[in-house]
Design a protein around this ligand. Structure first.
Ligand code: PEP
Ligand code: MG
Length: 539
């Protein structure tokens, strides 16, 4: 069966399908009869045992491979699966003639809702774990294999309703061959992660995803935006051919990796990489990155249960600074909220998270989070050419307040005698307000970086993750281009540089337009760099 969606990350892959437990559809059967009760109770007990056995087997394997953190999560999942209270609630429902597969899901949802309502953010995040475990038990009762992300041990195509950044972080390196999701758009975070990992992804396939949850094998074409479940031999051969052709195409672009991108008129455009973690730095340099235009620090905070300390952050930022040497590295302060939640931080449940307490708003309100990050950046700046950038700024007051906090941190560190470096302060232009007020912001900023992903979403009032709004998720819209023009003109008048770090920066059709508008730095997923350099060189 063919599923069409949005081509979110180029490349093709064929491999076994992996469906996380949370993506299983509703049970086919909801009610049982009086005389089935005993047998169903027995079946439930056996399913719990089987899931717990599987989890502990995977945990042991992970531990043997040195993945202690993931193994710890599985220990916790086993405890949940065997929780006597959960079991007794499910059993009561079975006695009331609910099918065990429906009962365990219902109890899981009740627990998850209770967790979500908790004040403690760590516990609130445990709701997903309960859903994961009860999903596995239910899937087992329905005779389907189902597992959690940590359990993925064969390179596979991940098929999931949705994939949060915290989900992708749980997948072990090299185990995801491709992603297929029901939700999402080109600029949702799963797509961004897929592109920087160089993994093909098709997102936004919609409810049709449910029809392929039982597929054994899946083929993905992340450029054309489709996936095929259980492809026949001929299709597999086609995909293998395409994969070979793509490898050739990439090889042909290799000569552009380490050239400077200069237009025929002699305009030099800096082509940089967007990074999600310090471990991507070396790879980005190999792709030809001339700097880091956007280091999304939030991923450093999301791959774990507690917040990273100032020292840990210092190490991560220093690693990138050292790897890039004199090349500029723009570290963006924490941008959570929207579809990115943080374990360990008290984030409210919001009606409209994308219009909520995110980015600089949250940082300014949470000095305990913001100041250690700024201190770590200032200290790491002694090891390279770091710059700092603030996300989601809507007015000059926010930028001033952020700069004041930075100054306070600098003074503190100086009085402590710490080694620190100079950092330029830039601002993201990703709210329409920032673009409109660009002239004022330019007086206070050393550079602009346009975040087209959010700028498009807020200008066109179109959720960046909603697959139905594909037509509007487009930086090439006159309203968006007008705002980009305005920001470029303001920057130009103030004599500061403008870059683009949203996904438009890596799109061959957008590059000429952005350069024409006055953008001089383009920052993108590293695998896109050689092609962007080629496009610029041909202008
Ligand atoms: C953007 O909004 O364009 C951007 C680069 O930031 P993020 O995708 O992390 O929101
Ligand atoms: Mg953004």
């Amino acid at each position: 069966m063919k599923l069409t969606g949005i081509g979110a990350s180029e490349g093709v892959a064929v491999g076994p399908a992996f469906v996380p437990a949370t993506s299983r559809p509703d049970p086919e059967r909801y009610r049982i009869t009086e005389d089935e009760v005993d047998a169903e109770l027995q079946r439930f007990e056996e399913a719990v045992e089987a899931v717990a056995d599987d989890l502990s087997e995977t945990g042991e394997r992970l531990r043997a491979a040195g993945s202690e953190e993931e193994a710890g999560i599985l220990d916790f999942h086993i405890e949940m699966a065997e929780d006597p209270e959960l079991a007794s609630e499910v059993e009561e429902r079975i006695r009331n003639l609910e099918s065990p597969e429906a009962a365990v899901l219902a109890v899981g949802e009740e627990y998850a809702a209770q967790y979500a309502a908790m004040d403690d953010e760590y516990l609130a995040a445990r709701g997903d774990d309960v859903l994961d475990v009860t999903g596995q038990i239910s899937a087992r009762l329905m005779g389907r294999a189902a597992s959690s992300f940590e359990a993925l041990e064969t390179p596979s195509v991940v098929i999931s309703h949705t994939l949060a950044p915290s989900d992708t972080a749980r997948i072990q390196k090299g185990m995801a061959l491709g992603f297929v999701t029901a939700e999402g758009s080109r600029t949702s975070h799963v797509s961004i992660m897929a592109r920087s990992m160089g993994i093909p992804a098709v997102v936004g396939v919609g409810p049709a995803l449910e029809k392929v949850l039982d597929a054994k094998t899946v083929a993905v074409d992340g450029a054309e935006g489709y996936a095929i479940s259980d492809p026949d031999a001929e299709t597999v051969a086609d995909f293998e051919r395409m994969s070979g052709a793509l490898a050739e195409e990439r090889a042909a672009l290799d000569e552009y990796r380490h050239v400077e991108a200069v237009t025929s008129e002699g305009l030099r455009i800096e082509v940089a990489a967007n990074l999600g973690s310090s471990s991507e730095a070396e790879g980005a340099l190999e792709w030809g990155a001339e700097g880091v235009g956007l280091f999304r620090t939030e991923f450093l905070f999301m791959e774990r249960d507690e917040l990273p300390s100032e020292d840990e952050q210092y190490e991560a930022y220093s690693a990138v600074a050292r790897a890039f040497g004199e090349k500029p590295v723009i570290v963006r302060t924490l941008d959570v909220g929207g579809d990115k939640n943080l374990p360990g931080v008290d984030q409210p449940q919001e009606e409209n998270p994308f219009l909520g307490w995110r980015g600089i708003r949250m940082s300014l309100d949470t000095p305990g989070l913001f100041q250690p990050q700024l201190r770590a950046i200032l200290r790491a700046a002694a090891n390279g050419n770091l710059k700092v950038m603030f996300p989601m700024v809507a007015d000059v007051g926010e930028l001033e307040a952020a700069k004041e906090t930075l100054l306070k941190c600098r003074r503190e560190l100086e009085s402590e005698g710490a080694k620190i470096g100079e950092v330029e302060t830039g601002v993201m232009i990703e709210t329409p307000a920032a673009a409109v007020c660009a002239a004022e912001l330019a007086e206070e900023a050393a550079f602009f970086s346009i975040g087209t992903n959010d700028l498009v979403q807020y200008t066109l009032a179109a959720d960046r993750g909603n697959e139905r709004l594909r037509r509007l998720q487009n930086a090439d819209h006159p309203a968006v281009l007008a705002l980009i023009r305005r920001a470029c003109e303001a920057a130009n008048a103030a004599g500061i540089p403008v870059g683009v770090c949203g996904e438009a920066a890596g799109e061959p059709a957008m590059i000429p337009k952005l350069v024409e508008l006055g953008v001089t730095e383009l920052s993108m997923a590293a695998p896109q760099i050689p092609r962007a350099k080629k496009v610029v060189s041909e202008l």
